[in-house]
Design a protein around this ligand. Structure first.
Ligand code: ATP
Ligand code: MG
Length: 316
């Protein structure tokens, strides 16, 4: 049986309800919402009924339990989440600027998930899992990078697969060892899920087709390029399939890419035709942006099917 594993940060997200630049003055806030890119991803995988797990750490505090409760309820194996009695769960404060870009204040590296290492409990998960999904955001600390690279090595050695979403935030690009870690993960990647300009992170070509060709030549089996409200495109050696995206009212874009990726990877691993998987992944991303809070718009399969049956596709 297949089982999907991810490793990395678990956070709560607290969102400013008024647009503006950052947090240098008091602003009204809503939250805490369960969050962290790997957590959002794995929650959506769990909601689709696919066996899955996450390796992470939280504090024994309300912010940690908000996440544990949600992930457990949505079908994620939480046995690899260590609860540190002396730790504090990670957090992210986010405020949208007028132009739609986001300002973050993160507490990750000095939170409970700032250190993630393998123990007997989590090594068992490596034995069970057949696929590893890596979020670029999770490469924020040396211990986490080491854990991820070990997991990739173990799972690939027994014939498993790897997906990779660079998911880069300017706030974390400067982390020590991040660039090298991104390249090391890419070298083992089967499915690559960049968003917009991230396609060019590891390619010298300046055009989309050139970059795709270069990456596929390097050993990646499939690339799914996310284009925000304009949908997404799937590429492999023989096929290019585009989806225009669905017409929705965007309330909160955070988590769209993570939900999209979760749905695509789950269905692709289950052997679904890429065109059908792309349609469902776009539905997953579209539904995600209609709810405030990064994990609040996660969908079960029936919700995706109902949505596709009634929603309008964007006009190209
Ligand atoms: P994230 O901010 O979560 O990292 P991302 O940049 O990785 O997001 P996006 O391209 O923003 O990913 O979104 C992923 C997918 O979600 C898109 O390919 C699309 O299918 C869907 N999506 C995102 N925004 C919208 C929108 N406004 N309307 C409809 N669909 C959307
Ligand atoms: Mg993303």
């Amino acid at each position: 049986m297949s089982k999907i594993l991810t490793i990395g940060e678990i956070l709560v997200e607290i969102i400013a309800t008024e647009r503006g630049n950052g947090f240098r003055a008091p602003v009204p806030l809503i939250g805490p919402f369960p969050s962290g890119a790997p957590a959002i991803f794995i929650d959506q995988v769990g909601k689709l009924g696919q066996a899955c797990a996450i390796i992470s750490r939280v504090g024994d505090d309300d912010f940690g339990h908000v996440n544990l409760d949600r992930l457990r309820a949505d079908g994620v194996d939480v046995s690899g989440i260590e609860v540190d009695p002396m730790g504090t769960t990670g957090s992210a404060f986010v405020r949208y600027r007028e132009d739609g870009s986001r300002a973050f204040v993160f507490n990750i590296r000095h939170s409970a998930c700032g250190q993630i290492s393998l123990n007997d409990q989590t090594r068992k998960l490596l034995d069970d899992c057949t696929h590893v999904h890596v979020m670029g955001t999770a490469l924020y600390a040396p211990s986490v990078i080491e854990t991820i690279l070990t997991a990739i090595g173990t799972v690939k050695a027994k014939g498993g697969t790897v997906s990779f979403d660079p998911n880069l935030r300017p706030e974390i690009l400067g982390s020590p060892g991040m660039r090298e870690a991104l390249s090391a993960v890419l070298a083992k990647t089967d499915i690559f899920l960049p968003s917009g300009e991230e396609l060019f992170l590891f390619a010298s070509a300046k055009t989309e087709t050139g970059a795709v060709e270069e990456l596929l030549k390097g050993g990646i089996k499939a690339i799914v390029l996310k284009r925000g409200e304009a949908g997404a495109t799937y590429f492999d050696g023989s096929r290019t399939i585009s989806h225009p995206g669905f017409e929705v009212t965007e309330v909160d874009p955070t988590g769209a890419g993570d939900s999209f990726g979760a749905t695509f990877v789950t269905l692709w691993l289950a052997g679904m035709d890429p065109a059908a998987a792309l349609e469902l992944a776009n539905a997953s991303g579209a539904r995600a942006v209609t709810k405030a809070g990064p994990m609040e718009g996660a969908s079960i399969r029936a919700e995706l099917d109902d949505f596709i049956a009634t929603a309008a596709r964007k006009q190209a």
